[in-house]
Design a protein around this ligand. Structure first.
Ligand code: TYD
Length: 205
């Protein structure tokens, strides 16, 4: 009997929404349930991807270069980490995936949705997360949390509120267009309440 394929969960949201805290909680939760879990992130997740991440978070570049590098790192990540782990029956829990490119490069920076769809088709083929959790909070709330927690904001975190409003709207659009895959999590709730919500959602995956 072959190993059954694992599950792929991605975590999304504007900077400061609290997604990384919940990502860490989810990994712990799944491991306690006896699942084999690969904890990973984008941009990054491979040695080459982490080098690209360092460039993406610090160096200014043309918008399309930014999108291409995000997808280049993703291509490597899928080939080296995500697909092999899923094939081994492991659960991949990823802090950001392709929706972030649509939200940030598309919504935030204004790159055409069509170009992003072409890149996604090229790089991902049929691969999509089984579940995407979008942590949603008003931009003012997220910015306050971000400023309290981050001493040295990166290139994205330095963007103005209007940028994050556009990113947030794009995430909400993605959620409404993909109701089977995407769940919106109200990130203004307490961490303990959010844990319970996530526990219920993954129980049925
Ligand atoms: P983030 O998860 O916020 O890292 P950290 O919590 O360590 O600050 O990711 C870094 C930034 O990368 C984030 O501001 C969003 C941006 N990003 C994109 O613009 N496009 C993408 O495709 C991805 C994956 C991330």
């Amino acid at each position: 009997m072959g190993t059954s394929r694992g599950r792929f969960i991605s975590f999304e949201g504007i900077d400061g929404a609290g997604k990384s805290t919940q990502h860490a909680w989810m990994i712990e939760h799944l491991r306690q349930q006896g699942r084999r879990v690969v904890a990973t992130r984008e941009p990054g997740g491979t040695p080459l991807g982490e080098k690209l991440r360092a460039l993406l978070l610090t160096d200014s570049m043309h918008l399309e270069t930014e999108a291409l590098l995000m997808f280049a790192a993703r291509r490597e990540h899928i080939a080296q980490v995500i697909e092999p782990a899923l094939a081994r029956g492991e659960w991949v829990v990823c802090d950001r995936f392709a929706d972030a490119s649509f939200a940030y490069q598309g919504g935030g920076r204004g790159l055409s949705w069509k170009k992003l769809e072409e890149l996604a088709h090229w790089v991902m083929g049929d691969l999509q997360p089984d579940l995407t959790l979008i942590f949603d909070a008003p931009v003012a709330v997220a910015q306050q949390r971000l400023h309290a927690a981050t001493a040295q904001p990166d290139r994205f975190e330095q963007e103005q509120a209007g940028f994050f409003e556009r990113v947030r709207s794009a995430y909400l659009r993605i959620a409404s267009e993909n109701p089977g895959r995407v769940r919106i999590i109200d990130a203004t709730q307490t961490p303990t309440v959010i844990n319970k919500v996530l526990e219920n959602i993954v129980a049925s995956l």
